[in-house]
Design a protein. Structure first.
Length: 336
């Protein structure tokens, strides 16, 4: 009698054999997303602008012959020149070096706030949606409580008492009040994802809940988190600028875009280089970041109405071009 027993398959071998295929699929998806992102003209322009601003913020201080706190006693409130590319302020400080330093500080705060707030929102929202019950009620109660608190007023009260702690504390304060809405959206998406077959199968196989959240739930809401994180950078930069403008953010002798705008707003008409370089950098960055967010939404969501409209417009232009070519050929044939 023939032995028909089936030998068990080692799951590590299956996982190892599937790894190259999975990596290939991920690389293809990443390449497709990047391609779709740069097919969006606004997103492509926004990406280039943001990269240039980052280069200005982090490379500018290295190529500038002046430090942001250095004083030129021979040049007070001078317009842009070969010696001072963006001019000087009332006490002889180089505006180029100060604007680069302020942009650098604002971008650092915005990036850190976006990373931390998105991470907190992802973990808390996914945990609330996956576990449900008392965990969901407790997390949502905490979220709702933070949403009704006047965040700007609280930060304005706390920040003067911790001025000596540095700008890292400002990052913590902005992050504490910047993750709740994202967490609610992630919770709603998790309620849908956790009912799918692959999550149920993982649960029936005895995989732990936190491993399911990090391996199966969060990757399926990653597109939303990427878009939200991109927009959060611009929101955090604007928030930091507003706080610094009113004196509750970055403190002297350090500078940010908010402090530069506040210090030089009275000179916007008499010495415009003192005001408009910092204000212009802020406005341009906010617009570019929102263009990138819109482009990421279209690239990561094939059902986006904006992406469909762009495809329809491109198809219409191609059809119109084909009609024009056919008309020209017909006229050429008639002339012959």
């Amino acid at each position: 009698m023939t032995d028909t027993r089936i030998e068990p398959v080692d799951p590590t071998l299956v996982a190892r054999s599937d790894t190259p295929a999975r990596a290939t699929r991920q690389n293809n998806r990443l390449a497709q997303t990047v391609r779709r992102l740069f097919m969006n003209r606004g997103a492509a322009i926004g990406t280039v602008v943001v990269l240039l601003l980052f280069a200005f913020a982090f490379i500018g201080p290295l190529v500038s012959p002046w430090q942001y706190s250095q004083i030129d006693y021979t040049a007070f409130t001078r317009p842009p020149s070969a010696a001072h590319w963006f001019g000087t302020n009332g006490i002889g400080q180089d505006v180029f070096a100060q604007t680069a330093r302020g942009m650098q500080k604002s971008l650092l705060i915005g990036l850190l706030v976006a990373v931390f707030s998105t991470a907190i929102a992802a973990i808390t929202g996914a945990a609330a949606g996956y576990f449900g019950g008392w965990v969901d009620r407790l997390v949502m109660f905490f979220v709702d409580m933070l949403l009704v608190l006047p965040s700007f007023l609280i930060i304005a009260i706390i920040s003067p008492r911790i001025q000596n702690a540095g700008w890292i504390v400002l990052v913590v304060l902005i992050t504490v009040f910047g993750w709740m809405i994202t967490a609610r959206v992630v919770r709603s998406m998790t309620l849908s994802v956790k009912e799918r077959e692959f999550v149920r199968a993982a649960r029936y196989m005895g995989i732990g809940p936190f491993r399911i959240i990090f391996r199966h739930v969060l990757p399926n809401v990653a597109s939303f988190l990427i878009i939200d994180g991109t927009i959060q950078v611009a929101t955090a930069v604007l928030g930091e600028t507003t706080l610094s403008y009113f004196g509750f953010g970055v403190q002297a002798p350090d500078v940010s875009l908010g402090t530069l705008i506040a210090q030089n707003q009275d000179n916007a008409l008499t010495s415009p280089w003192l005001f408009y370089f910092a204000a212009g950098a802020l406005v341009v960055f906010a617009i570019a970041a929102n263009l990138i967010g819109d482009g990421l939404r279209d690239a990561l969501d094939p059902t986006s109405t904006t992406g469909k409209r762009q495809k329809r417009n491109r198809r219409r232009d191609q059809n119109q071009a084909a009609v024009d070519v056919a008309a020209l050929n017909t006229q050429a044939g008639a002339g012959a």
